[in-house]
Every structure is written in structure tokens, then in C-alpha cells.
Design a protein around this ligand. Structure first.
Ligand SMILES: [Mg+2]
Length: 301
């Protein structure tokens, strides 16, 4: 478990020192700021888990600091416990209205300080965990589990994105449809586990042959689609050839120690005002020609 960091934004040295002492006994890491501007700066630099925020400070007051934190996507979810010396309800209401997590009246009891800060730190830890899991889920939901490439749904989304960007910014892009040759025979020869191993190795060789901005996904079964932004038909054919050669270069190793010759056929097309579906259809027609022409080859459509 990592230590939570608390930013103490408070212009009174005496109050800061008392806060620091109490919180350090609980194991929190402490960062201090003595005015509103340096509080915001410290927030951006240290990304605290909790901010203890005094209302009355020189420069920016606590309300202004809170408003700026809420307007900053990187800081908006950091829980803020504001410190007030006033006894009326108005400043509490204003602080909570601006999105503060909690408040603490000065003078405070150590036990109350610790209870409120630890509750805020717990909320922050749960938020962080939720964000981490959501990020993991997002990756899982766009990944083909077997090959690690993008899945059909995501590659279609990306195709529409790239096609839209190409129209708006007037650039060409290529697509390449790949189909592993005689894959049914592969499955018949080495079984489904062996077939899966071939698909994984094929995906790895394909990914290695691509450039940074190229996008590869599993279209279905033994079919794969490449999207190549800013690439004309010659460029698409060159890339298809690079993948074809990488696949044919050496036999695929199998788990049982054997090896299998694998080849792939490629059909290329470029987006030049075509709808994405039309483009895929053109690549498919070229792929069909590559199959008809004897397989293990690249055809441009
Ligand atoms: Mg003050």
C-alpha cells in the first residue's frame, strides 16, 4: 500500500505545523503551501491524494483554488477538505457548493482531523482503483483475446475514424485484407490448439512488420485487416508485401516441437473518398484475386 500524500494549503505557519505533526503520526506524506497560487502549483506537481485547503489565504483564496481545481480535469477529482475559522454556515455551504469533499472548523480536535482526512484518502484510493479497472476493461473490450490485436468491433471503429479524418484533412489511407492460406488444412493438420498457435505467431509477425501509426485487427477467423493512415496504393502494397514475406520467411514453430510452413494472401485498396465498407469490399476483391492467382501474394485493387 502506497502512502497517501496530503497537501496542506494554509497561510498560518502555526496551523500548518500542527496539521503536519498530527498527519505525520498517521503516516501521511505531507506537502505544504502557504498561499493559493503555490497551492495550485503544488497540486499540479505532486498530485496529492487529499488537499487540506484554508479558505482565507493571500493571493487566491480557498474558494478560488477549489474552483480552479474543479476546472482542471487532472485535479478535479482530488478530494478537498477545506479549513474554516468562521462559525457561520455560509462559507461551509459555499465550499461544498464548489465541490469540496468535506470541511474542518478551526480550532479542531486531532481525532476529527484524522477521521476526515482518512475518509477523504479512502475515497481517493477507491477512485484510483476504479479508474485503473476501467482502463483495464477498455483494453480488454477492444482486444482480440487470442492474438492480442484489436478485435473486429474496434478495428471497424478505427476504420470509420481514419476514414473521417482522411475526408476532413484530405489525406489518403490504405487498407490491407489478409487471409492465411489453407487455414482449414492447418487446423486439420495440427489441431485447433496448433491453429491457435499459428494465429498468434501470425499476429506477432504482422505487428512487427507494421509502422508506428498502422492499425491491425482480427477481422474474423483467419482474416485480418490493416489500416494504414497516410499511405497510398504503392505504400499499401509495400506493407502487404512486408507482412507476406515475414510470414513466409521461416516455418512457424509449434508447441509440440514441430514446425509448419504458413503463407498469407493480401488484398490492398486505398481510401479516396470511398465509404469504409466500400473500401473493405475492394480489398476483399483484391484478396480474392490473390487467392485465385495462386496465394502467398499481394494484389492491389
Ligand atoms: Mg488563513
Amino acid at each position: 500500500m502506497t502512502v497517501a500524500t496530503v497537501l496542506i494549503a494554509e497561510d498560518s505557519l502555526v496551523v500548518r505545523t500542527v496539521l503536519r505533526r498530527h498527519l505525520e503520526t498517521q503516516g501521511y506524506a505531507i506537502v505544504e503551501a502557504d498561499d493559493g497560487h503555490s497551492a495550485l502549483e503544488a497540486c499540479r506537481e505532486t498530485r496529492p491524494d487529499v488537499v487540506l485547503l484554508d479558505i482565507e489565504m493571500p493571493g487566491l483564496d480557498g474558494y478560488q483554488v477549489l474552483a480552479q481545481m474543479k476546472a482542471d480535469p487532472d485535479l478535479s477529482e482530488v478530494p478537498v477538505v477545506f479549513l474554516t475559522g468562521h462559525t457561520g454556515a455560509d462559507d461551509l455551504v459555499e465550499g461544498l457548493r464548489l465541490g469540496a469533499h468535506d470541511y474542518l472548523r478551526k480550532p479542531f480536535e486531532a481525532s476529527e482531523l484524522i477521521a476526515r482526512v482518512s475518509a477523504a484518502a479512502r475515497v481517493k484510493a477507491l477512485q484510483d482503483e476504479l479508474r485503473r479497472r476501467n482502463a483495464e476493461l477498455a483494453v480488454v473490450s477492444r482486444t482480440d483475446a487470442l492474438t492480442g490485436l484489436f478485435n473486429r468491433r474496434h478495428i471497424e471503429e478505427r476504420l470509420h475514424e481514419v476514414a473521417g479524418a482522411a475526408r476532413r484533412h484530405d489525406f489518403v489511407f490504405g487498407v490491407v485484407m489478409l487471409d492465411i492460406d489453407h487455414f482449414k488444412a492447418v487446423n486439420d493438420t495440427v489441431g485447433h490448439a496448433g491453429g491457435d498457435a499459428v494465429l498468434r505467431e501470425f499476429a506477432a509477425r504482422t505487428q512487427n512488420a507494421l509502422r508506428e501509426e498502422d492499425i491491425a485487427g482480427r477481422w474474423g477467423g483467419e482474416e485480418f485487416l490493416l489500416i494504414l493512415p497516410h499511405t497510398d496504393l504503392d505504400g499499401a502494397a509495400t506493407l502487404g508485401e512486408r507482412v507476406r514475406a515475414a510470414v513466409a520467411a521461416s516455418p512457424f514453430a509449434l508447441d509440440d516441437g514441430g514446425a509448419l510452413e504458413v503463407t498469407v494472401s493480401c488484398g490492398c485498396a486505398v481510401g479516396d473518398g470511398f465509404e469504409p465498407e466500400e473500401l473493405v469490399k475492394r480489398a476483399d476483391v483484391a484478396l480474392y484475386e490473390a487467392k485465385e492467382g495462386g496465394r502467398n501474394r499481394v494484389v492491389t485493387g
